[in-house]
Design a protein around this ligand. Structure first.
Ligand code: DX5
Ligand code: ZN
Length: 237
């Protein structure tokens, strides 16, 4: 038996939205029950794709009060942090491989008034967290290799989520600040219960939501899966 998980939040990834109507997509998906907007930034260098930058974030900011969760898949990282903070980002996360000084980059994000997150690729070990816990507001586990939407969830992410949840719970048990545990890539109605049971509390979903005509219906289905996962988390741990 273990303690209940933090409240679940659903963060639709705009990568799968209609890029010609990003403002409408943002307001529609939040009205449909989503919690955060996940904003994927790709630079055709750290990852083999090119998406959107701070100007698009600034253009969306007036359209929603929901937190904008900026996932930087860029190298180098630091110069974009003030730009995204200025553009209205609430949470900024980056990959440790993309920063020469990870501790400094995390501090820079908070210095600019945002919450700071570290992103773990499928092959990136969790020990990157070891000396950084007090700098973290969010840990994001990639369940696909970054660069594209619509990929399949990598199953070993479930075991990694359980390990990350244990580290975060131990940190908070000794008086540490809350750290959100986010998962990104291939999250669908048919696997979200397992992902919740393994300990995630923020769920990025791109194609699962924007690929369907009725966003409210998908989000309600995802929440049912999360509730099933909650029950299993409490019973099986
Ligand atoms: C992948 C991105 C994800 C992606 C998720 O590099 O970071 O946010 O858009 O898309 P789905 O949910 O379609 O896997
Ligand atoms: Zn992402």
């Amino acid at each position: 038996m273990t303690s209940p998980l933090p409240a679940a939040r659903i963060a639709p990834s705009l990568l799968a939205a209609d890029f010609a109507r990003l403002g409408d997509e943002t307001t529609t998906v939040i009205a449909a029950g989503a919690d955060w907007i996940h904003f994927d930034v790709m630079d055709n260098h750290f990852v083999p794709n090119l998406t959107m930058g701070p100007m698009v974030c600034a253009a969306l900011r007036p359209h929603t009060q929901a937190p904008i969760d900026v996932h930087l898949m860029v190298e180098p990282v630091d110069a974009l942090i003030p730009a995204f903070a200025q553009a209205g980002a609430n949470i900024i996360s980056f990959h440790p491989e993309a920063s020469r000084h990870v501790d400094r980059t995390l501090a820079l994000i908070r210095d600019h008034g945002c919450q700071a997150g570290l992103v773990f690729n499928p092959a990136t070990p969790l020990h990157w967290m070891d000396h950084l816990m007090e700098r973290l507001d969010l840990v994001l586990l990639m369940s696909v290799n970054p660069g594209f939407g619509g990929q399949s969830f990598i199953p070993h992410t479930l075991a990694k989520l359980t390990q990350a949840r244990a580290r975060i719970d131990a940190w908070q048990a000794q008086g540490g600040q809350p750290i959100a545990l986010e998962v990104d890539g291939g999250v669908k109605a048919d696997n979200i219960a397992d992902i919740r049971a393994a300990g995630a509390d923020v769920f990025v979903a791109g194609s699962a939501i924007f690929g369907q005509p009725d966003y409210a219906q998908v989000i309600a289905t995802l929440r049912q899966g999360i509730a099933q996962g909650d029950a299993r988390h409490l019973i099986h741990k």
